[in-house]
Structures are given as structure tokens and as C-alpha cells.
Design a binder for this molecule. Structure first.
Ligand SMILES: [Zn+2]
Length: 286
């Protein structure tokens, strides 16, 4: 499932590719035809993400997209005179001057009003990619439940935008027991988790992939500091984005393998519908 950094990057990409220009909107699959007609020929004013929700302002309409588990919305440069014929079930196609974007398999694709957008936003916990986010709201919600922090990090009403990879990796980075009850999690540990998410997610946006290993994080931060990340971010268009860094994690999908830090065999178990990966040897902090 795409995590929040993917949706924020997608919002940036849509704004860069189509911003302030009229778009052609169609529903090749036919399931969004009437709504697409309302967008057709209007100017794409802005695209923004809140957690895993995407909101695109087109004319005076708001397009709400949630990709769910299998949805994709690639922004692709037009290399011929016009985009190629749609492949597969494309719910919505946007075409601009130099790019087109095909939305396939979304969990949500709808036109909504301002009140609905506000209701969706206010139901979400703070988003680490939102500079105005209030992490105190998340702490309040964490402290009133005995659910484990591993489950709570996936709850979009607690923190918005965190998916399975970030939840597993951030807990391992700080040696936190994923089963530590919300009521028992120290305030200090929450601020540690939040600060790390605020550090890691922008790197995910910049490089189009989740980076959590210490050496990859250091290198990514150096590239950002040197101004070398910009061209990488801008190049992230197309059907397949590719990985700039080798795809490696400390715990994710490594059950049965030894922990890099302490050598204990990592475990994997379903928590909140998704398999949680953790090290029972060194993740003991509460
Ligand atoms: Zn370990």
C-alpha cells in the first residue's frame, strides 16, 4: 500500500505537471464519465495530500482520491504527439500539455465539496509531512488506549500517512517494543518517534522510496543538503519510478533473518491486518 510520502510526492508531481493549466479529463473505463466531464477543460489549480488522501482542485471542483491497497496514479511524460491509448481499467485520465496521468484501481475516486474535505482532514491524526501538524493530538490519542504502539501507528486517526514499512522500521530504529501499550508509552518515546517520522518522510518524498537504514538516511540527507536531490525528485515521473537507493530494510519482510543490530532472529506477525516485523531481542523500550 502506498504510504503518505507517496501521496505527497504524487501531489507535487501533479502540480508540477499540470498546475495552472487546463486539463482534459476522461474516464476510459466509463465508471467516472459524468464526473470527469465536470472537470474536463478546467484548470488544475492545486494538488495536496493529507495522510494517504489526495485532493486535487480542478476548476471549482475537488477531486478526492485514495489509492487504497492497489491503486496507482502515474504521471507520465507525453513522448509522441498525444498520449497512447489507455491500457487496463483507467478510471480517470488527465491530459495536459506535456504529461498525462492514468488513475487505476483506486479505493476512492469522487468529487467532493469543501465540507467533506474538511471532515476527512479533521478525522485524521497529525501528518508528519504537514508543518502545521500538532503531534500532541496523537500523543493524547495514544495515551488513552491499551492497544500496542505497533497497531496505533497504523491507525490513521492517530498518525496520518504511516503504513506498514515506516511503522516497523521506525520502531526498530529506536528499539521500541511494538506491543508497548499506548497508556504505558512514555511521552519521551512518542516525541522520539514523531521527530524521526518528521525526519524520514521528506526523504521518502524526495527519493520516491522509503529510506530508514542509517547509512541510506545519512546519504539521502547529504544529497538534499547539497541540492542534488532536486533533479532526482523532478525525474520521478513515468509508469515505473525506480529506486535511487537499494531497497533494503532492517525488519520489513525479514522474518526469520537475524537482526543487524543484535543477531536475534526477527519475527513477523499480523497486527492490525498487516504483518508486523520486529526484533524481540533489542526492541524492548516502553
Ligand atoms: Zn535486534
Amino acid at each position: 500500500m502506498p504510504e503518505g510520502h507517496t501521496i505527497h510526492a504524487l501531489a507535487d508531481r501533479l502540480t508540477r505537471a499540470f498546475g495552472d493549466s487546463p486539463v482534459t479529463a476522461t474516464s476510459p473505463q466509463g465508471r467516472f464519465t459524468a464526473d470527469a466531464a465536470l472537470l474536463d477543460g478546467r484548470v488544475l489549480e492545486d494538488a495536496a495530500a493529507a495522510g494517504k488522501h489526495l485532493f486535487v482542485d480542478i476548476g471549482d471542483r475537488i477531486l478526492h482520491v485514495h489509492l487504497g491497497l492497489i491503486g496507482t496514479f502515474p504521471v507520465i511524460p507525453i513522448t509522441d504527439d498525444k498520449p497512447p491509448d489507455p491500457v487496463g481499467t483507467v478510471r480517470l485520465r488527465l491530459v495536459g500539455q506535456e504529461h498525462y496521468a492514468d488513475l487505476r484501481g483506486p479505493m476512492v475516486c469522487a468529487l467532493i465539496d469543501l465540507d467533506t474535505r474538511e471532515a476527512i482532514r479533521s478525522a485524521l491524526g497529525p501528518d508528519p509531512l504537514d508543518p502545521a501538524a500538532d503531534p500532541g493530538v496523537a500523543l493524547m490519542r495514544i495515551r488513552r488506549t491499551r492497544r500496542g504502539i505497533g497497531a496505533l501507528l497504523l491507525d490513521q486517526a492517530v498518525v496520518a500517512g504511516i503504513g506498514n514499512v515506516y511503522r516497523c522500521e521506525v520502531l526498530h530504529r529506536h528499539r521500541i517494543d511494538p506491543f508497548a501499550a499506548g497508556t504505558e508509552l512514555t511521552e519521551e518515546l512518542w516525541w522520539t518517534i514523531w521527530a524521526d517520522l518528521v525526519r524520514l518522510l521528506p526523504l521518502g518524498v524526495a527519493f520516491g522510496q522509503i529510506l530508514t537504514l542509517a547509512e541510506q538516511v545519512r546519504e539521502a540527507e547529504q544529497l538534499v543538503a547539497d541540492g542534488r536531490a532536486g533533479p532526482i525528485t523532478r525525474s520521478l515521473t513515468g509508469e515505473r519510478l525506480g529506486d535511487y537507493f537499494e531497497r533494503r530494510f532492517a525488519t520489513y519482510q525479514r522474518a526469520g533473518e537475524p537482526c543487524h543490530r543484535c543477531g536475534t532472529i526477527l519475527r513477523g506477525e499480523k497486527v492490525s491486518g498487516r504483518r508486523l516485523y520486529w526484533c524481540p531481542g533489542c526492541q524492548t523500550r516502553h
